[in-house]
Design a protein around this ligand. Structure first.
Ligand SMILES: [Mg+2]
Length: 257
């Protein structure tokens, strides 16, 4: 991947524009933990998200590899538009759910086979998301190559699948599903349509989101190190929280004028 980031690029002021906000969750709004279920978003950050959504007339969506049910729990009491499982399930601003499923026979065969294999690899974990599978090796890094091979074999056998590597995880999801496609779908609908998209994410899966937003002359923000197609960068999750706080102050100030 060609690094497209100017390391010194500070985020532009969002004063005076109409923006739509897209946030990844793990590693972006929430610090990564060794177990996905330990992850949480601090209450003040949740409150800031809600305020930002309000000030943007609801044009704020979560775009994550997690299922929507988990996203709701993480931002509770907010119920934001959301793309879960990288966009395989999407809840639009009207609350309507759009789902892209794997064929039942493929899903069942895969689940049985993947579980049997991962059971033999201590520390690895199979997460069944309904329309996708996540093969975790955060607690068993020695199995990285084996897991990658297993996932590649699955994609060879079932062309309806696509492979999505992430941080200490490889996912198998339906072809054609990615965060970029999810962002493009949101941007065709109210209240997102006509706004300038802002996408903030930290992982490989967010690169498609960055590309989609770049193509719409939007603002792409990579969290943390590593080459990226994003045009801007924030150093870590805490920098995202700080930026969010500053952004709110600015938008509230603009609103009062
Ligand atoms: Mg992430």
């Amino acid at each position: 991947m060609t690094p497209a980031v100017n390391e010194n690029s500070t985020l532009p002021s969002l004063s005076g524009g109409l923006y739509a906000f897209f946030f990844d969750v793990d590693g972006t709004l929430a610090t990564i933990q060794s177990q996905p279920e330990w992850v949480s978003i601090p209450a003040p950050v949740r409150q800031h998200l809600q305020q930002l959504s309000h000030l943007s007339h609801g044009a704020l969506a979560l775009v994550s590899g997690r299922p929507i049910a988990q996203l709701d729990a993480l931002v509770n009491p907010m119920e934001a538009p959301a793309a879960g499982v990288h966009g395989a399930e999407r809840r639009d601003a009207a609350g309507q759910i759009h789902k892209q499923m794997l064929p039942t026979d493929v899903a069942q065969t895969l689940q049985t086979e993947l579980q049997q294999t991962l059971d033999q690899w201590p520390g690895t974990l199979l997460e069944v998301k309904g329309m996708a599978f996540a093969l975790h090796y955060r607690n068993a890094p020695a199995y990285e190559k084996s897991i990658m091979q297993l996932a590649e074999d699955a994609v060879m056998r079932f062309p309806v699948l696509a492979l999505q590597p992430g941080k200490c995880v490889v996912e198998l999801k339906p072809q054609g599903i990615d965060k970029g496609a999810a962002v493009r779908e949101f941007m065709q609908e109210a209240p997102f349509i006509g706004r300038i998209p802002v996408f903030v994410g930290d992982d490989l899966t967010d690169e498609k989101g960055f590309l989609a937003v770049n193509a719409m002359q939007g603002i792409s923000v990579k969290v943390g190190e590593g080459s990226s197609h994003a045009r801007y960068r924030l150093s870590d999750v805490e920098a995202v929280w700080h930026w969010l706080e500053q952004l709110l102050l600015q938008l509230e100030h603009d609103n009062r004028r």
